[in-house]
Ligand binder design. Structure first.
Ligand SMILES: Nc1ncnc2c1ncn2[C@@H]1O[C@H](COP(=O)(O)OP(=O)(O)OP(=O)(O)O)[C@@H](O)[C@H]1O
Length: 345
């Protein structure tokens, strides 16, 4: 449904050239949700803006529903853009129009008859759970409600594709969950293909089927969510996965911890991260037995993404220094990511 082929975007800034997208290719089949994740400045917004040609790629093709948008006349492009809805981080609602008026706008621009507008907007309000708010102005809505209005407006022209530009980044965690749930519902019930950009792996984990990691304008890794979570190939993908874990070490450990061992008796506090390839094997107990190292587990978490189990354990390791080193090597050889957080004692 969405097929980006070798997209490059170069911005001319005074006498310098900045390559914001470098030969990006991405295919999203009909009905799938794809997340593009990257750090600030990686090129996410430029990429999503190239999909509806708000930004003209310097080279490459943007094929939506079989048509290459870069080859169309302005009139043809306007027609094809109706197949593409978009929502934004800051909702972009018209403050002078009510909820009804905002959702009705794209239909009015298409000269849809009034009774049809009434019917369609009523349906959309029901879909996004805002039937009671039809006559309310955006200023009197919560962030989550505003995004629901924006979603309804994006769906008004019955698009085949929905682009989401950091759609939950301005929302609190609970509201984020409810908006992601709504997007998933829309994807399932209406079969709409969704491309979303985000800097949060949490969003990818919750609703995406596939994910692409963007870094300095290049897609450095892409695949199904289960593939990436079970076998991240780049350090960047691994970092995004790690960022979905939230933990606090006990205060008593933080107070005692130092970056380097204070004495020969110091013991390391180590974070072991497991992905789909390592999480089911009893690797920690194997390492403990094999190298005679004892583990005092402080925190452990397991989560799921795309049907894949992944997680981490933070433990204090006691034993001979060589034995600890060998245990660490053994775990790393078995696809466990090992990070020394500090030392105690
Ligand atoms: N209109 C523009 N003119 C010149 N440079 C631009 C323009 N838009 C984006 N850039 C540059 O292109 C690069 C990618 O920017 P982009 O906004 O796509 O990144 P991003 O991943 O969306 O970042 P963020 O998450 O901070 O919004 C940045 O270096 C940015 O400064």
């Amino acid at each position: 449904m969405i097929n980006l082929k070798n997209i490059t975007k170069v911005f001319d800034i005074s006498d310098k050239k900045l390559t914001a997208l470098d030969n990006v290719s991405l295919h999203i089949p009909q009905g799938q949700i794809c997340g593009v994740i990257g750090a600030s400045g990686a090129g996410k917004s430029t990429l999503i803006r190239c999909v509806n040609l708000l930004e003209q790629p310097t080279s490459g093709s943007v094929i939506i529903d079989g048509k290459d948008l870069t080859q169309l006349s302005d009139a043809q492009l306007m027609h094809e853009r109706r197949k593409i809805g978009m929502i934004f981080q800051h909702f972009n609602l018209l403050s002078s129009r009510t909820v009804f008026g905002n959702i009705a706008l794209p239909l009015e621009l298409e000269n849809t008859p009034k009774d049809e507008i009434q019917k369609r907007v009523t349906e959309l309000l029901k879909l996004v759970g805002l039937s009671e708010k039809s006559a309310v102005y955006p200023a009197n809505l919560s962030g989550g409600q505003k995004q629901r209005v924006a979603i309804a407006r994006a769906l008004a022209s019955d698009p085949k594709v929905l682009l989401c530009d950091e759609a939950t980044s301005a929302l609190d965690p609970a509201t984020t969950q409810s908006i992601l749930k709504l997007l998933k519902e829309i994807n399932r019930t209406l079969g709409i293909t969704i491309l979303l950009i985000t800097h949060e792996m949490e969003v990818v984990k919750r609703i995406c089927d596939t994910v692409a990691v963007i870094d300095h304008g290049q897609l450095v890794e892409q695949g199904s969510v289960s593939d990436i979570f079970s076998n991240p190939k780049t350090e960047l993908a691994q970092e995004f996965i790690s960022s979905t874990f939230h933990y606090n070490l006990p205060e008593e450990y933080l107070e005692k911890m130092s970056d380097t061992p204070r004495s020969a008796k110091s013991t390391p506090i180590i974070k072991f991260e497991f992905t789909g390839r390592s999480v089911d094997a009893p690797l920690l107990s194997q390492a403990s037995r094999r190298f005679d190292v004892s583990l005092n587990i402080l925190i452990s978490q397991i989560d799921y993404a795309g049907g894949i189990k992944f997680g981490f354990t933070i433990a204090e390791l006691e034993g001979d220094e060589d034995a600890i080193t060998q245990a660490k090597i053994y775990l790393m050889e078995n696809n466990v990511r090992v990070e020394v957080l500090g030392y105690v004692g």
